[in-house]
Design a protein around this ligand. Structure first.
Ligand code: F0G
Length: 461
């Protein structure tokens, strides 16, 4: 059979509340055109993030009941540790409450003034945690990443030449570690090839720099390697995942993505001394090493989630549903990042509404239109997110350059069906047909940091 179906049946459902266009207009205005300020119950389809929004399986829920809530040495920790060791082979495995907690522990230990941490692209919390220590987060993704319709299959790759050049420029002694984000969430959820990962490792080894992976979406990346990198198509996704982790000296995982859970994270380390230091910090700020800021039941859910995410029937359905959404949008000539990546479809907002200049936030305009028309919530990944304004001055500076004006449609795992996607496609096509009517916005109030969460906007005429 050619048709790819959801490899699960639905046992529990959550009712969606429908709103009218008039109600949504009022909600949008009350939220000052910032979708982070809209109550989730007023959203019909929520594509704000794929993080912590997965539906859990019967086996995960059963694990929740089995959870051992002992303070130290809980059975649930050992099943979590065993699963993560089987997948990654890492000797030191710490649970944390989510990805950014792993980031904070790692960069507190290795960061600091005059240090540099290169990556393909750092996710915003990773960048913030690096910069908070005084170190600099450097993006070295290949140039193809910024070309929306370039069909290169691994647009998440780190540019090896840029890396070598960078190491020579700043000196290996100032680079406590080199990272790579798989898949690359900042630009298109694009995968990184295994040969690129090997290339990064080679440079790291040559200069004696530890190599770390931000592995939030490692299973989706491993599946895309199996599908797109001929040399490795004979391997199972689990084998590919193991080859990825075998290259690394450590990894950070937000289990809220490929851990298929609503909360949880992991810090993986190979080095014994660094692991000892991490143990101390973990106990100081997260909790004892066998629960790391989580309940025993959360560890059970993670252990089971990491097994289920490597099921190739699941990954086939998951990546095919993203590809289906992308195909339908391309058919209607909507400008999106191609080829489709792992967890989301990204709209090129500049190409979608060229009449709205960057300074008037074209991505935010699309996000508002999508809510107005269909009650769908998406995220702007452009100037709103990457810009900041000092002391309410008129001019904006950028956290990250270059950047693209994107709208991310992040798809929660195992939550929505194909008809939800069809509803989304219908809405986007309709907005695209009438794109001339979209208006820009201005920011009327913003905080000093991470403005996208709380900024207030006004629509321009
Ligand atoms: N690294 C990447 C690549 C991420 O996408 C995220 C989170 C984190 C680290 C931090 O993990 O949220 O568990 O602390 N991304 C979410 C998103 C928030 O919407 O893309 P966390």
């Amino acid at each position: 059979m050619k048709t790819v179906i959801e490899p699960f049946k639905i046992k529990v459902i959550e009712q969606i509340k429908f709103t009218t266009p008039e109600e949504r207009e009022k909600i949008l205005r009350d939220a000052h055109f910032n979708l982070f300020q809209v109550a989730a119950e007023n959203v019909i389809i929520d594509l704000l993030t794929d993080s912590g929004t997965s539906a859990m399986s019967t086996e995960q829920w059963a694990g929740m009941i089995r959870g051992d809530e002992s303070y130290a040495g809980a059975r649930s920790f050992y099943s979590f540790e065993k699963t993560l060791r089987e997948i990654t082979g890492m000797p030191h495995i710490f649970p944390t409450h989510q990805g950014r907690a792993s980031e904070r522990i790692l960069f507190t230990l290795v960061g600091g003034k005059d240090k540099f941490i290169p990556s393909n692209n750092h996710f915003d919390t990773t960048r913030a945690n690096i910069e908070y220590t005084g170190a600099q987060a450097i993006d070295l993704v290949i140039d193809e990443a910024y070309q929306t319709d370039n069909l290169y299959p691994f647009k998440g790759n780190l540019d090896i030449e840029k890396l070598e050049h960078f190491v020579k420029e700043v000196g290996a002694q100032n680079i406590p570690l080199c990272m790579v984000t798989i898949t690359n969430n900042s630009i298109g959820g694009q995968p990184v090839s295994l040969s690129n990962l090997k290339g990064i490792k080679r440079v790291c080894q040559q200069y004696n720099i530890p190599f770390f992976i931000d592995a939030c979406r490692f299973a989706e990346n491993a599946y895309l390697i199996q599908q797109r990198e001929k040399e490795y198509s004979h391997l199972s996704v689990r084998e590919i995942a193991r080859r990825i982790f075998d290259l690394a000296d450590g990894a950070l995982i937000s289990a809220k993505k490929d851990g298929l859970v609503n909360i949880g994270g992991v810090l993986l380390l190979r080095d014994k001394k660094l692991a000892e230091q991490a143990t101390n910090l973990l106990i100081l700020t997260e909790g004892f090493t066998t629960y790391g800021g989580l309940a025993g039941r959360d560890l059970e859910a993670m252990a089971q989630g990491f097994v289920e995410v490597l099921d190739e029937n699941y990954l086939c359905y998951r990546l095919r549903s993203i590809e289906y959404l992308a195909e339908q949008l391309i058919k209607a000539n909507l400008p999106i990042i191609q080829p489709s990546g792992g967890h989301a479809v990204y709209i090129d907002a500049k190409a979608f509404c060229p009449h709205i200049p960057s300074q008037q936030y074209p991505g935010q305009s699309i996000v508002c239109a999508l809510y107005r028309l269909a009650g769908i919530r998406a995220t702007e990944l452009g100037r709103v997110m990457f810009g900041k304004r000092k002391d309410n001055s008129k001019s904006e500076t950028l956290y990250q350059a270059p950047y693209m004006e994107l709208v991310r449609l992040a798809i929660p795992r195992r939550v929505y069906t194909q008809s939800h996607m069809d509803y989304l496609i219908e809405a986007l096509v309709e907005i695209f047909k009438n794109r001339d009517k979209l208006r820009g916005l201005e920011i009327v109030e913003e905080p000093v940091m991470l403005r996208h969460f709380t900024a207030k906007f006004r629509e321009l005429n």
